[in-house]
Design a protein around this ligand. Structure first.
Ligand SMILES: O=P(O)(O)OC[C@H]1O[C@H](O[C@H]2O[C@H](CO)[C@@H](O)[C@H](O)[C@H]2O)[C@H](O)[C@@H](O)[C@@H]1O
Length: 380
């Protein structure tokens, strides 16, 4: 019997016997494996971007399709789940999707059973995971209750925030000194870095820290492209450009949909002049970043290595995120048998995450459950 929570999600607490092992929440990767992964390597290489300018407009390269599907509509959830299921076909689709990606709350006991006798490492995305998605990125605030939950988790488990945002900004939003932080989609890591490429720095408290910044050489280029993007999108009502130091974001959440092709075309045109930059899609945001083989997945591996947590026998990693950029981390955990990705989504999505949670409120509940479980373990 799985842990029941008081949250409304009356499915999959007792999986039907006919469901296959993988659907029961047994991560095949956590069953005995034959080979230990290669030791941590800091190698990151530049990968070629598709020829710039080959596609003339944003329709032909699929940008607009990606933009349209880039963020689920915000929907008010009815507290009485069963009423909602009956009244909404989307929820039937969600429930069948959950057979493939069960709720991490409903399968909590199964997760912790794999964690027994192991250390747990926790990786958390920020926007849409710890804070709800809101129209203004500057107002994406984390609640005090969520902050307490993260603080408590970090008392027991090494915990890192892996965000697309500027590292200083996400640190300011989270405000917990006891965590490790990776900004710019993992391209700006502050932590116990033991890698030779790391440099000494000081954190906001003046404490000595190590920084690992694999895209450092792109700093002037990102700064330049940021200013060009601001200039070229300033006539588009609702557009907002953010400089995240090693990447830049162009938000279109508040842009009228009829102008999405315009904003996409402007970004596309700017990128034509920067063959060493590429575009990725986030939630109603176009992200411009260096063409290097570095992402949130690499950042997770890097942190595990720096923290001495690389052994799959001894460590179970949990990564919670809501965004396409989090898929890189989910893939690493899945492919390298390192633990569980948990996708935060109120709608079905193609994902490499093993489990799911609907919204930040459930993330908080999951984090609290981890702490209670550990408290009990310690007491026994
Ligand atoms: O990796 P994350 O920590 O999830 O950061 C990803 C992006 O998050 C922010 O944008 C998203 O959240 C905003 C606030 O809720 C929302 O307005 C926006 O539409 C979302 O895309 C941040 O502003 C971006 O720069 C990050 O890349």
């Amino acid at each position: 019997m799985e842990l029941k929570t008081n949250h409304a999600a009356p499915v999959l607490t007792d999986p039907a016997p006919t469901i296959s092992k993988s659907r029961l929440g047994i991560h095949s990767s956590l069953l005995p494996y034959s080979q230990q992964g290669a030791p941590f390597s800091s190698k990151y290489i530049t990968i070629p971007r598709k020829k710039p300018g080959k596609l003339d407009d944003v329709w032909s390269n699929g940008w607009l399709d990606a933009m349209k599907s880039s963020s689920p509509p915000r929907k008010k959830l009815n507290k009485d789940f069963s009423v909602e299921v009956a009244s909404d076909d989307n929820d039937n689709a969600y429930l069948s999707w959950m057979l493939k990606h069960p709720s991490a709350l409903n399968f909590f006991e199964r997760i912790t059973s794999f964690a027994r006798n192991k250390k747990i490492a926790v990786f958390l995305d920020y926007d849409g995971t710890l804070s709800p998605i809101v129209d203004d990125p500057d107002r994406a605030l984390m609640s005090d209750a969520m902050r307490d939950a993260v603080r408590n988790v970090a008392k027991y488990f090494p915990t890192a925030i892996i965000s697309g945002r500027n590292r200083d900004k996400v640190y300011e939003l989270v405000g917990l000194t006891e965590l490790y932080y990776a900004g710019s989609h993992g391209m700006d890591i502050m932590g116990p870095v033991t890698n030779t490429d790391s440099v000494n720095s000081t954190d906001q408290q003046g404490k000595e820290v190590k920084l690992f910044q694999p895209a450092k050489e792109f700093l002037p280029m990102i700064d330049e492209v940021f200013r060009t993007l601001v200039e070229n999108t300033k006539g588009i009502k609702g557009a907002k450009v953010e400089n995240h130091k090693f990447c830049a974001s162009v938000h279109y959440r508040n842009v009228d949909e009829k102008n999405w092709s315009t904003i996409a075309q402007r970004v596309h045109d700017v990128l034509k002049d920067y063959p060493r930059l590429r575009l990725t899609h986030g939630r109603k945001v176009l992200e411009v970043r260096p063409v290097i083989e570095w992402n949130k997945g690499k950042a997770v591996e890097f942190l595990l290595g720096s923290l001495g947590l690389y052994s799959r026998d001894e460590v179970l990693s949990i990564y919670i995120g809501d965004d396409r950029t989090d898929e890189d981390a989910f893939k690493v955990l899945k492919k390298k048998n390192r633990g569980y990705g948990i996708l935060v989504s109120p709608i079905p999505k193609e994902t490499s995450a093993f489990y799911s949670l609907r919204e930040p409120a459930e993330v908080m509940e999951f984090l609290k459950a981890l702490v209670s479980w550990k408290d009990q373990e310690e007491a026994n």
